[in-house]
Design a binder for this molecule. Structure first.
Ligand SMILES: CC(C)(COP(=O)(O)OP(=O)(O)OC[C@H]1O[C@@H](n2cnc3c(N)ncnc32)[C@H](O)[C@@H]1OP(=O)(O)O)[C@@H](O)C(=O)NCCC(=O)NCCS
Length: 175
């Protein structure tokens, strides 16, 4: 849990709260959104509330809800934090409700999270990865200044859905 709030042109990035459960359920219960994420599609509001409760505990990972300024709707979430596999690198991830895809929101939010990591923790090296077929996510990573480095292996948190992944990295000089 943290209390950082970041403002971008169209979004407010803020900590996720337990009462966000219904809004979060909207996308984590959507198979189109969950397909290439490490979590399995959620089937109950209680399970989402449990996940949000877990986020309230101290963590090295900074989770943010993405709120659209225009109407105050929580449209997605993402996180950024130290990459446990690579010293000096911070990794990130994101997911958005389906009806908000294709508007540049993921790129806008991710650039803001990277800038946050740089300003508060002097981070300049970033890494991320996506399932090979998830081209939109690769585009987000490229637009955030990362480049493809190598293929890897994706699997869900429960070990299911093993698929080839594409790993990206980048050293960012200008935020
Ligand atoms: C991945 C995701 C976050 C992207 O969000 P978004 O707000 O639509 O992303 P952006 O609009 O910032 O950028 C997406 C880019 O991919 C491109 N794109 C979208 N679908 C694509 C596809 N099927 N093939 C190739 N490129 C695609 C878009 O045109 C855009 O690039 P452009 O700005 O150069 O046109 C969103 O699709 C999502 O929530 N997916 C489900 C969760 C997920 O997979 N998260 C990532 C796990 S690694």
């Amino acid at each position: 849990m943290h209390d950082y709030i970041i403002e971008t042109e169209r979004l407010i990035l803020r900590p996720l709260k337990i009462d966000d459960a219904e809004a979060v359920y909207q996308w984590v219960s959507d198979e189109r959104v969950a397909k290439y994420m490490v979590y399995n599609t959620y089937t109950s509001l209680e399970a989402v509330a449990e996940w949000l409760a877990m986020l309230q505990k101290p963590d090295e990972e900074y989770h943010f809800g993405f709120v659209r300024k225009e109407d105050g709707l929580l449209i997605g979430s993402g996180s950024i934090g130290p990459d446990s596999d690579r010293s000096g690198f911070w990794g990130f991830g994101y997911n958005l409700r389906y009806d908000c895809w294709g508007n540049g929101f993921a790129t806008e939010a991710t650039k803001a999270m990277m800038k946050f990591a740089n300003e508060h923790f002097d981070v300049v090296k970033f890494s991320s990865s996506h399932v090979e077929q998830n081209k939109a996510s690769g585009h987000v990573m490229e637009k955030c200044g990362l480049h493809f480095a190598k293929y890897g292996q994706f699997q869900k948190l429960d070990g299911s859905n093993k698929m080839r992944s594409m790993e990206y990295e980048g050293e960012i000089k200008n935020f």
